[in-house]
Ligand binder design. Structure first.
Ligand code: NAD
Ligand code: WQD
Length: 345
């Protein structure tokens, strides 16, 4: 192993991967990114150079294309060779996945297969996989532990569940594989520099980017999807996690894989649930203006409450989230207010 192992990030220009890129560099890793920009902008790359103060090694292309992945391994050779892969590349919009299930199966499962095949071709067997709390479906018990029953309720969730199973199967047949399956809860916030953050295309599906666009005046009000849930204030409760905490979780997972040479599955969440109203209020405090809201019907497929038991991640990785809801809102607002049009403004 070189002094500065090179990590391949797929989906590297995306929201979570771009923050992980910086966390990995800070921890002394070399990063090579690959992305086809299907849901991101190339303009993130100069920002990463600016914040990180290092060159951005990058290959543009689709991870389903074996030639693109082979090119990544080739480009990484002078960087010491790829030591592990963090596979972020996926389509992630739940509603869109119901409209275009085959595109989701093709991209997310086809991409995962192609990445594993390329890793095997090049003799690399350490993988971090972006999974999701969506694999728990409607939780039977809260907080959610990793041994909770798994079920997917939409094609996006199915790609994560099937992806996890595929990787478990692979590890069971071939002991060279070591996979860290990370089940993210609700990633929000932005890098404290305000130079990178979440930049959704079109109408945001997720709560915080929607609230951010309301606060900056791009949208008139937040539609609160349901206020009759069995939760303290009737609105949905989620485990929001600062994207920089999440990024650090990937560094911890890679260190675990390198040191322990064994697979693991962990929740990455804070363990603390907040309601839609609590988040909107916190955002209002961060932005110095109230977030106007309107109560709307429940959104199909939503669960009342979902939050992690993060104890396993702490026990195995020595990792825990350190940033609170106010940090998430302040950092999101810094990004949103200084980049109202996202990366392409
Ligand atoms: P994102 O859309 O910002 O990032 C994904 C990146 O992958 C994008 O840059 C996109 O262009 C790229 N990509 C997609 N398909 C590709 C392909 N075939 N080839 C090359 N690049 C491709 O999403 P994100 O929020 O950063 O999510 C990253 C990962 O984390 C995804 O796997 C997602 O399913 C998972 N995840 C996200 C959340 C969340 O709420 N954001 C929660 C749980 C899990
Ligand atoms: C949070 C809460 C909504 C928008 C989704 C995916 C999940 C994972 C994370 C990838 C809920 C409410 C939202 C709005 C609202 N992604 N809401 N008005 O649904 O927990 O999870 O993203 O893996 O798979 O399903 O997150 O941010 O969409 O919603 O009232 O305009 O905010 O009803 O209670 P969710 P979210």
């Amino acid at each position: 192993m070189t002094a500065s192992p090179c990590i391949l990030l797929t989906g590297a220009a995306g929201y979570i991967a771009s923050h992980t890129w910086l966390a990995l560099q800070e921890a002394g890793f070399t990063v090579l990114g690959v992305d086809n920009f299907v849901n991101s902008s190339p303009n993130v790359l100069p920002r990463l150079r600016e914040i990180g103060g290092q060159p951005t090694h990058f290959v543009e292309g689709d991870v389903r294309d074996p030639a693109v992945l082979d090119r990544c391994f080739e480009v990484a050779r002078p960087l010491g060779g790829i030591r592990a892969v963090v596979h972020f590349a996926a389509l992630k919009a739940v509603g869109e996945s119901v409209e275009r299930p085959l595109d989701y199966f093709e991209n997310n499962l086809g991409g995962l297969l192609a990445v594993c095949q390329a890793m095997q071709r090049h003799g690399v067997f350490d993988l971090v996989f972006s999974s999701s709390a969506t694999v728990y479906g409607e939780p039977e018990r809260l907080p959610i532990t990793e041994d909770a029953p798994l079920r997917a309720t939409n094609p996006y969730g199915q790609t994560k569940l099937l992806g996890e199973e595929l990787l478990r199967g692979l590890g069971a047949c071939d002991a060279r594989w070591h996979v860290a399956t990370l089940r993210y809860f609700n990633p929000v916030g932005a890098h404290p520099s305000g130079r990178i953050g979440e930049d959704p295309r079109g109408v945001p599906n997720n709560l915080m980017p929607y609230v951010a666009q309301v606060a900056v005046g791009k949208r008139p009000h937040l539609n609160v999807f349901g206020n009759d849930y069995d939760t303290p204030d009737g609105t949905g409760v989620r485990d929001y996690i600062h994207v920089c905490d999440l990024a650090e979780g990937h560094v911890a997972a890679l260190r675990y894989l390198f040191a322990q040479q064994r697979s693991l599955t962990v929740n990455l969440g804070t363990g603390q649930g907040y309601s839609v109203l609590q988040l909107a209020q916190a955002y209002g405090r961060a932005a110095g203006r109230e977030v106007p809201l309107v109560f709307a019907p429940r959104r199909a497929g939503d669960v009342a409450a979902c939050y992690a038991d993060p104890a396993q991640a702490h026990a195995l990785l020595g990792w825990r989230a350190t940033r609170g809801l106010d940090d998430m809102c302040v950092d999101s607002w810094r990004w949103q207010s200084t980049n109202p049009g996202g990366f392409d403004s």
